[in-house]
Design a protein around this ligand. Sequence first.
Ligand code: TXA
Ligand code: MG
Length: 324
Amino acid sequence: MNNLDSQLDKAKTILENNGVIGLPTETVYGLAGNIYSEEAISEIYRIKNRPTNNPLIVHIGDFEMLNEIAEEIPEYALYLAKKYWPGPLTLLLKKNKNVPDFVTAGSDLVAIRMPDHPIALELLKSLDFPLAAPSANPSGQISPTCAEHVRNYFPKQIPLILDGGECEKGIESTIVGFENNVPVIYRFGSLDLEDELKEAWSKAPLSNSEPTTPGMLYQHYAPKTETISTENIETIIAIHHDKLIGVLSYSFCEIKDKNSNVLFQEHLTENNSLIEAAKNLYQKLHHLDQLNLDLIVCELVPNIGIGKAINDKLIRASHKKINK
Ligand code: TXA
Ligand code: MG
């Protein structure tokens, strides 16, 4: 038996015995447990220190499981699932009564997705139950994009973290719900659906303003270090000469202010690629957060396509957003 097989076997045993594991997905790492096990689900909430009114995403490994989890599924939801699963799309659907209330925090809706990662898929296919998995970070902190991030957060609390390498997408799935059968984007994420939905539905079908997903109410993705997201790095640096600063810019840039205390600089992309920027975002934030700086200054990225998701994360990560 090779190493991966034995890790998968171990994961299966833990999950079948109401335990939780660290799970790689294409978006971010999850903290996964059996959706039918109250013990596993409360362990997830406890380990993450997650408010109990914030429901979990159900992860499935094949399409048949969709009907076990959801009902009255709009046709367009099925169309999207067929088109994008496995992939970074989470659908918010009417919950089947099979799904325990402790997974959905009492809501009649359930969030569901099929992750596109070979380890996650193989594990899910080997289990008789779906996995609930929020991102594997303490509530409110930066999401993990490699096994080491998860280990650093939870050195003792999780018996097993499956190592699936660096996450391909680097930011969370896009959440789409339905209002009167019309799709609505509730969380911008790594699947850019805005144009497609606008084209298919003349009524502009997006909303990230109304936080129907309780998770959107909280400050999120936040480094421990004070963080400011801005359109103009230089202006912020100029008013913080007294601080040790780390800069996270979109592409490479030279800081002109020679009186500043910029100790460390990172950039998100080498070649103006928003996809590359998304993949690097949390990785770079984790790194800057470990340097004991006084302040992290992040540059907002072009607000188009997946850039909207990146900016949403940057603004939620920051203690302040400053335009100029
Ligand atoms: O990419 C992802 O979606 C990752 C990976 C691990 O799959 N998971 C993830 O989970 O981001 P989490 O728990 O960090 O974020 C899930 C979001 C939260 O904002 C939560 O409020 C919302 O989905 N959500 C989950 N179930 C819901 C429900 N039944 N109704 C409304 N919102 C829901
Ligand atoms: Mg999360």
